[in-house]
Design a protein around this ligand. Structure first.
Ligand SMILES: *Cc1c(COP(=O)(O)O)cnc(C)c1O
Length: 362
């Protein structure tokens, strides 16, 4: 049988492992930070109507410029943005990939601050961009001084910041982002996949007068639209022109565009569960110490918690109960998504029970 090693694959891809969060259909799935609430039925009906209309034109290529969708996204974001500031792709992962295709690539580098979103380094390797890393401050914070020192030391072509950061939940102060921009002559991308859950200011407020700043967002998390695959960014119009050089023509299908426009028209309804999800997050942060764990503060829809003697054993014990959370590879830590009230209860009860019967360390 042929194995990967037998193929003439690029040398820089040899030995790498693909993104592989488990996709197991258990009763409580809290491992990839989805919005676990189904979308409202009236929104679903409108989306189906839009898809039905789109299918009648599917013999033709879709609008390559996804103009209506860019108008919708600009309206949703506000901050004086117009369609010329907006770019979109099949998930923000594709937006990040296109960003590195245009501004990174062979001979260039991108700097990140682990622990951070695992796809950042995977997209770097896929685009042949060198992945550089620098450390964080205590509590996974990032001060302006720490970021500036790393930029001056590493001299990257692109900098990725993530706020709130996955998997730690840490939000960045705008002063850190502004300082990174001043210190860095290249592209600065702020991944704001969890912005709707955060209390602090968005980097969108910094865009004016900063043409090398890119702010990426997604409909996969707060918007409850992960299956539709729609990510986007806001930046100077010149940046979107750069991304047009690397995107495949018609990369957003007519169905994706129609579904996303219909969903954004119902933005308040689609985002209705955000406050509830934040309450579940805060409930876990309050309850975990009573079970002997040390949760980190979070401005996202998940909680990273420490004090886990054997993360693999705890992960497996919960999985046996039909509860899927995430081992993100940080020693003595696990990450859990904030889901519904019922899901939080099942998770906390199971964790408490495992501790009380001595199955795990708590
Ligand atoms: C989940 C996540 C994304 C979203 O990716 P999509 O491709 O839009 O589904 C992007 N960035 C971070 C940090 C994430 O956690």
């Amino acid at each position: 049988m042929t194995s990967l090693d037998d193929l003439p694959i690029r040398d820089d891809l040899r030995g790498l492992t693909p993104y592989g969060a488990p996709q197991e259909h258990v009763r409580v799935q809290l491992n990839v930070n989805e919005n676990t609430h189904p979308i409202p039925e009236d929104v679903a009906t409108d989306i189906v109507t839009a898809l039905a209309k789109a299918v009648l034109g599917v013999n033709r290529y879709p609008d390559r410029e996804f103009t209506e969708l860019r108008d919708s996204l600009a309206g949703y974001l506000g901050h004086g943005l117009t369609r010329d500031n907006i770019w979109a792709a099949n998930g923000s992962n594709e937006v990040l990939q296109q960003t590195l295709q245009a501004f990174g690539g062979p001979g260039r580098s991108v700097l990140g601050f682990p622990p951070t979103y695992s796809m950042h380094s995977i997209i770097a390797s896929g685009t042949g961009t060198k992945w550089l890393t620098a450390g964080r401050d205590g509590g996974y914070e990032l001060s302006p001084e720490t970021v500036v020192a790393a930029i001056e030391r590493e001299r990257p072509d692109v900098v990725f910041l993530c706020s709130p950061n996955n998997p730690t939940g840490t939000a960045l102060g705008l002063e850190t982002i502004a300082a990174a921009y001043e210190a860095h002559p290249g592209i600065l991308l702020v991944d704001e996949a969890y912005a709707e859950f955060a209390d602090g200011d968005t980097a969108l407020t910094l865009l004016d007068g900063r043409p090398r700043l890119l702010v990426s967002r997604t409909m996969s998390k707060a918007f409850a639209f992960a299956g539709a695959r729609l990510g986007y960014l806001a930046a100077d119009p010149a940046v979107t022109d750069a991304l047009r050089l690397v995107r495949l023509p018609y990369h957003l299908s007519a169905f994706t565009q129609a579904a996303a426009v219909a969903a954004i028209a119902h933005a308040p309804e689609m985002l209705a569960m955000v406050e509830d999800i934040k309450a579940q997050r805060d409930r876990m942060i309050a309850a975990l110490p009573e079970l002997g764990y040390t949760p980190l503060p979070s401005e996202a829809n998940f909680v990273l918690f420490g004090g886990v003697d054997d993360p693999h054993a705890t992960f497996e014990a919960l999985f046996e109960q039909g509860i899927l959370i995430r081992d993100v590879g940080i020693p003595n830590h696990l990450r859990v998504t904030a889901g519904t009230d019922a899901e939080t209860t099942i998770f906390l009860d199971a964790l408490g029970w495992l501790g009380s019967v001595g199955r795990i360390d708590a």
